[in-house]
Structure formats: C-alpha cells, structure tokens
Design a protein around this ligand. Structure first.
Ligand SMILES: Cc1cc2nc3c(=O)[nH]c(=O)nc-3n(C[C@H](O)[C@H](O)[C@H](O)COP(=O)(O)OP(=O)(O)OC[C@H]3O[C@@H](n4cnc5c(N)ncnc54)[C@H](O)[C@@H]3O)c2cc1C
Ligand SMILES: *[C@@H]1O[C@H](CO)[C@@H](O)[C@H](O)[C@H]1NC(C)=O
Ligand SMILES: *[C@@H]1O[C@H](CO)[C@@H](O)[C@H](O)[C@H]1NC(C)=O
Ligand SMILES: *[C@@H]1O[C@H](CO)[C@@H](O)[C@H](O)[C@H]1NC(C)=O
Ligand SMILES: *[C@@H]1O[C@H](CO)[C@@H](O)[C@H](O)[C@H]1NC(C)=O
Ligand SMILES: *[C@@H]1O[C@H](CO)[C@@H](O)[C@H](O)[C@H]1NC(C)=O
Ligand SMILES: *[C@@H]1O[C@H](CO)[C@@H](O)[C@H](O)[C@H]1NC(C)=O
Ligand SMILES: *[C@@H]1O[C@H](CO)[C@@H](O)[C@H](O)[C@H]1NC(C)=O
Ligand SMILES: *[C@@H]1O[C@H](CO)[C@@H](O)[C@H](O)[C@H]1NC(C)=O
Ligand SMILES: *[C@@H]1O[C@H](CO)[C@@H](O)[C@H](O)[C@H]1NC(C)=O
Length: 540
C-alpha cells in the first residue's frame, strides 16, 4: 500500500498548497512595477513599439525590445499569478471548463464541431496549456530559413528562465517502459530536441508542480522602458491612408474593463505595431482593421484598408485522438513528461488525474485519480481550413473551420498512430495500470460513452479505427495559420502592403514545429526581438 500512502501524502500537500495559494499568495505573485490595469492608462500615449497580445511569443518580444526602446504591451486578460487553476498541475484544464467571461481561457467550437480553446490571460497559451516543451527539429529551422545560431541562443534564453525537467512518477515511468517495450527506440533520455524514439522532454512545471508561464520572462525586462497593461482589449489598428502609396500604421485603439477607449500611437516613422494575438486573434484583428478579403469586409461594413485575400486562409489544426484508461488504483496527477515519437511520425503522450477529464463528463475525485488518458497526434496536418469574422465584436470568436481528415493521408496517419498507442497500452510493462479483462473494443467504446465533440457519431461499437478517428476527433490545441509567412507577412514578419506593422505568432506558421509549438513560439518572440533591434540599430 506504499503507493496509496504516497498518494495520500501528495493529496495533503496539494491541499496545503491550494490553501496557501488561495489565502496568502492570491493577488500577489510577482507584482511587476511596470504592470497596470488598463483603466489607469492615459487616453492617449506614444511608444516606440506597441505589442498586441501578452502571450507566448508576445512577452519575450516585448521584453527584448524594452532593452533599448519604450514598449507598450497590451493584454486582453488579467494576471496569471495567484490563481491555482493556472499555477498548479492539478488545476490544469480547470480554465478550459470555465466558460465565464473572466475565465483565463476562451472556449471556441470550430465549424467542425470540435471544442477548442484560446488563452485570455497574461502568458496566453503558456498559462493554460499542458506545459510540454519540445524544440523544432533542425530541419524545420533550415526550411524556414531562420538563423540557426540565434535560434539556439533564443531557445536557451527561454529555457534558463522557465523550463524544467519533469519528475517522473509511477504513471510516466510505466508509460516510458511501455514505449520502450514495444520498440519506440532509441531511448533519448532527457532532451528538448524533437527526435525519433522515447524521450523525457521539458516542461513549464517545476519539481514542486508550479507552472512557470511566459509572464516569468518579464523578470528579464527593463522596468523603465516597458509598460504592461492588463484587461486591455485591442479593437483595431489605426492607419493613415490619405495621400499614401501604402497604408501607414499609426497606432491602436483599445478598450479597458470599464469600457473606456484609449489610443496608443507610434512615436516615429521607425516605430512599429506588432500583432501577437495568436492564430485566431491576429487574423481577427487584421480583419477588424480593414485588412482582408474585400468582399468579406464589405459584407460587415468594415472600410477596406487593404484587399488581402490571404488573411484567415491556411488555418490548420493537428487532429488528436484519445482513449481513456481506467487504472485499478488511484495514481498521482501527472501531465505530459515522456513522449514517444515513432518512425511513422506519430506522437504518443499519456496523462492522468487532471481536470482534462472533467471537460467531457462530471466525475468524482476518485474517478479522476484513476482516469488515465492516452493521446495520439502527428506532424502536419495536410488538411487546411479558413477563418472569417462572425461579427464586428472584437471580444467574440471568429468562425473557424479546420476540415480535420479532409486529406486522406491525415486519416491514414491517425489509424497508424492509434494502432501504435494501443500497443503501448497492451504492453506488459504497463499492465498494472489496466484491468486484466480490458479489450481493445472496450477501450474504444469507452470514449464513445463519453461524447467528446459535436461531430455526429455514426457508430457505438468500434471495430474500425478509421471510423474511430473520424467520429472522435479532438484538438490538441495547436491550431495555427491565418497570417502565413509568404502570404500575409514577408520573411521578416512584416505585413505585406502596409507600413510599420508586423505579425509574429502561431498565425504565421505552416506547421506545428516538433508537433509542440510553444517552444518555437517562445523562441520566435526572443528571436524577432533581437532581429528588430539589429535592423533598427543597423547592427547585423
Ligand atoms: C489547453 C492547451 C494545451 C496545450 N498544450 C501544449 C503543450 O503541452 N505543448 C505545446 O508546445 N503547446 C501546447 N499548446 C499550444 C500552445 O500553448 C499554443 O500554440 C501557443 O501558446 C500559442 O502562442 P501564441 O503566441 O501564438 O498565442 P497566445 O499564447 O495565445 O497569445 C496570444 C495573446 O494575445 C491576447 N489577445 C488576443 N486578442 C487580443 C486583443 N484583441 N487585445 C489584446 N490582447 C489580445 C490573448 O489573450 C493571448 O494572451 C496547448 C494549448 C492549449 C490551449
Ligand atoms: C502592486 O504594486 C503597486 C505599486 O507598485 C501597488 O499599488 C499595488 O497595490 C500592488 N498590488 C498588489 C496586488 O500587491
Ligand atoms: C477555477 O476553475 C473552476 C472550474 O472551472 C472555477 O469554478 C473557479 O472559479 C476557478 N478559480 C479561479 C480562481 O479562477
Ligand atoms: C542548434 O542546436 C541543435 C540541438 O538542439 C543542434 O543540433 C544544431 O546543430 C544547433 N544549430 C546550430 C546552428 O548551432
Ligand atoms: C538519463 O539521464 C540521467 C541524468 O539526466 C542519468 O542519471 C541516467 O543514467 C540516464 N539514463 C540512461 C539510461 O542513460
Ligand atoms: C520548491 O519549493 C521549495 C520550498 O518552497 C523551494 O525552496 C524551491 O526552490 C522550489 N523549487 C523550485 C524548482 O522552484
Ligand atoms: C451595412 O450597412 C448597410 C447600410 O447602412 C445596412 O443595411 C446593413 O445592415 C449593414 N450590415 C451590417 C452587417 O452591419
Ligand atoms: C472487468 O473486470 C472488472 C472487475 O474485475 C469488472 O467490474 C468489469 O465489469 C469487467 N469488464 C468487462 C468488460 O468484463
Ligand atoms: C451516438 O451514440 C450514442 C451513444 O452510443 C447513441 O445513443 C446515439 O444514438 C448515437 N447518435 C448517432 C447520430 O448515431
Ligand atoms: C459489436 O460488433 C461486433 C462485431 O461486429 C459484434 O460481434 C458485437 O455483437 C457488437 N456489439 C454490440 C454491443 O453491438
């Protein structure tokens, strides 16, 4: 019964921690001298750089630019500090289930019927995600054409501040043994690199189970040159168009939580607005500002600043499929620590005991602590979709369609990946975590009993993985595209056809690097901050 005692100890520690967080530390956390509520901001202000979106890429970029310039960082959400739903492993996914307007996560349901989520808090995705950290493959960096040396320096700059090696407790250790037993080789031990085999990756959670979001990167900032405004909702970009060959960016319009509108302007012609509002937010802001397909803008009475048919195109989301696995005994909560990257390109992860389960059905604490989740996803996908505005409300979600499995190769890859996942579950090494009489059909039908999405189901007795993949498709929340490099922005992330405006975030990607985008988005924020400084000071 040693494991059970350990488990109780962990629960007690968790309760003490939760009590401590809710009674002592709440509202505190790092109280950066340069971070304020937008309600306290002047109605008109001027900056060298205005960064829209204090998320994964936005914080490292604004922090880097503050070394030399006056920077304004506008974030529509509040602070992540002091909220145990954000700062602890046990809290993971609680924000995804919180549908209130003050939730740190804004749920959206794609036209495909799949539930998905956007960060709405300082730290963006890093405040609500499952924390797994994996760099892009070297081949990805070469294909994109980034400077490999600066890429590595930027990854390191991030990792030193917020990345940790996960502590492998029994669930991750059993999963790792299962992967090795079925031949997901070689064993790569601890590495942040994306390589074939079984590895222990990086994580935002430290050994105490505390999350370190991108907001911690603000510790690197120059407090004299950076202003961070919370609950500052950017409604549109302001342009000068009269007598110009190209529209020129002048600043942005944002609204505080009391409904007051503020204008932030660029100081000089060398100044820039940088949109970093994520793969839904960035195309949405461009469209609301009059940059997008002319017909679509006109249908909503938005005055056209630039007819740009590619805004909102090339949206992609990696399909994820999962199976639930009930452990015969309770297991301590664990997020992703070990991953299997197979030769066929599948990517297998396993978690247990988190509130991810509660997204699909209400369960008890005991059920949750036995409810394991095995997840399968793959690089890509090949299928693409699109995004457009639903209305002109900047706080509403745009309409987005991902067309999961439209490309037959995506379906083939899911079937291969699910087959490999089932092999790991059936491994001898993992056998103590499953009931002895469990069959594959039980495993698949288990999901069917817990409706996961709004895709009309066509079977309740799965004998084909093909059907299983289609009916139970989910998102691993790695959606990207909408402002792709070469289509909407150039290779320096400058919006094509407009002066003094860039977009730098997941909306510019054509693929999810390393099948886990956060490392590369954090890196890209630092990387582009350095690049912009070099460009401006002529120091290459
Ligand atoms: C539940 C979940 C689990 C995930 N798990 C992992 C994982 O384990 N590993 C991994 O690598 N990736 C994971 N991801 C994906 C990863 O977190 C995201 O791809 C990444 O954080 C996106 O970064 P970004 O900079 O493009 O956007 P974001 O980090 O979303 O930043 C955009 C910011 O802009 C703000 N914003 C938007 N609109 C406005 C506006 N109008 N005005 C002002 N501010 C605005 C938002 O509030 C947000 O803070 C996960 C994502 C989710 C949601
Ligand atoms: C943060 O610091 C400011 C002044 O620097 C102070 O006014 C404010 O009350 C502090 N907030 C918290 C939550 O400690
Ligand atoms: C944490 O999440 C739960 C469930 O979504 C919600 O009810 C609660 O209000 C959240 N707590 C905080 C501090 O946001
Ligand atoms: C960057 O680091 C990776 C290991 O993460 C290494 O394989 C690669 O060669 C490095 N690139 C450069 C240009 O140094
Ligand atoms: C994995 O790395 C750790 C140190 O990070 C080391 O102690 C351990 O022996 C390594 N395991 C193997 C199998 O190489
Ligand atoms: C974990 O918590 C202890 C005690 O609060 C602290 O001393 C230690 O630095 C923490 N570890 C990490 C990795 O933050
Ligand atoms: C656009 O403006 C026209 C004319 O003023 C109006 O009839 C129409 O309803 C408006 N459309 C929208 C979507 O607001
Ligand atoms: C498997 O065994 C457990 C208990 O040993 C039992 O509760 C369950 O109903 C069995 N499941 C099936 C599908 O037979
Ligand atoms: C979906 O599955 C449920 C549960 O098995 C079943 O009750 C329902 O009829 C199915 N719906 C469709 C459209 O097949
Ligand atoms: C499920 O399908 C199998 C094989 O087609 C069949 O033998 C079994 O009776 C079916 N079970 C149910 C509950 O329909």
């Amino acid at each position: 019964m040693a494991f059970y005692d350990n488990f109780r100890l962990l629960m007690i520690r968790t309760m003490v921690l939760a009590f401590f967080l809710s009674h002592c530390a709440s509202e505190k956390g790092p109280n950066y001298s340069f971070m304020h509520e937008a309600t306290t901001a002047p109605l008109v202000s001027f900056y060298d750089y205005i960064v829209v979106g204090g998320g994964t890429a936005g914080i490292p970029l604004a922090t880097t630019l503050s070394e030399k310039f006056n920077v304004l960082l506008l974030e529509r959400g509040g602070s992540p500090y002091g909220n145990p739903n954000i700062t602890t492993i046990e809290g993971f996914a609680a924000p995804l289930a919180d549908l209130s307007p003050s939730s740190p996560s804004q749920r959206f349901i794609s036209e495909d019927g799949v539930i998905n989520s956007r960060g709405r808090v300082l730290g963006g995705g890093t405040s609500i995600n499952s924390g797994f950290y994996s760099r892009a493959p070297v081949s990805y960096v070469e294909e994109v054409g980034w400077d490999g040396k600066l890429v590595n320096e930027s990854y390191q700059w991030i990792e030193e501040k917020i990345i940790h090696t996960p502590v492998l407790r029994q669930w991750q250790a059993g999963f790792m043994a299962g992967l090795l037993e079925v031949g997901v080789l070689p064993f790569n031990n601890v590495t942040n690199d994306h390589v074939v085999g079984t590895k222990i990756g990086g994580t935002l959670f430290d050994s105490n189970g505390t999350r370190h979001t991108s907001a911690d990167i603000l510790e690197y900032a120059n407090p004299k040159r950076l202003t961070v405004l919370l609950n500052a909702n950017v409604e549109r970009i302001l342009f000068a168009t009269k007598g110009k060959s190209k529209p020129a960016t002048r600043g942005v319009l944002f609204r505080d939580s009391e409904g007051n509108l503020h204008r932030a302007y660029l100081k000089s012609r060398k100044s820039e607005v940088i949109i970093m509002a994520g793969a839904l937010g960035s195309p949405q802001i461009l469209l609301l500002s009059g940059i997008g397909p002319e017909q679509h803008l006109k249908s909503l009475n938005i005055s056209v600043v630039l007819n740009q048919p590619n805004v909102g195109q090339d949206m992609k989301d990696n399909p994820m499929n999962l199976v639930f696995l009930e452990s015969p005994f309770p297991v301590e909560a664990s997020l992703v620590g070990v991953v299997g990257v197979t030769r066929s390109g599948s990517y297998i992860e396993a978690t247990i005991g988190t509130q991810l389960n509660d997204l699909f059905a209400r369960i008890t604490d005991d059920q949750r602590s036995r409810r394991g989740v095995f997840m399968e996803k793959f690089d890509g996908p090949a299928s693409t979709g699109h995004l457009e505005l639903r209305n002109t409300d900047p706080t509403d979600n745009p309409l987005v369609t991902f067309n999961y499995f439209q490309d037959p190769d995506d379906l083939r890859r899911c079937v291969v990946g699910m087959g490999e996942t089932i092999e790991v579950i059936e491994s001898r090494a993992f056998s103590r975590f499953r009931l002895p009489n469990l069959t594959v059909t039980d495993l698949l039908n288990n999901v069917q009993n817990t409706p996961l999405n709004f895709v009309p189901n066509r079977s309740n007795n799965y004998t084909s993985l093909d059907q299983f993949c289609r009916d139970n498709v989910l998102s691993i929340f790695h959606y990207h595209g909408g402002c792709r490099v070469g289509r909407v922005v150039d290779e320096d992330y400058k919006v094509i056809g407009v002066k003094s405006l860039r977009v730098v975030d997941g909306s510019t990607f054509n693929g999810s690097p390393g099948t886990n985008p956060q490392a590369t988005l954090l890196m890209l924020g630092r990387y582009m901050g350095v690049m912009i400084q070099r460009e401006r000071t002529g120091n290459h």
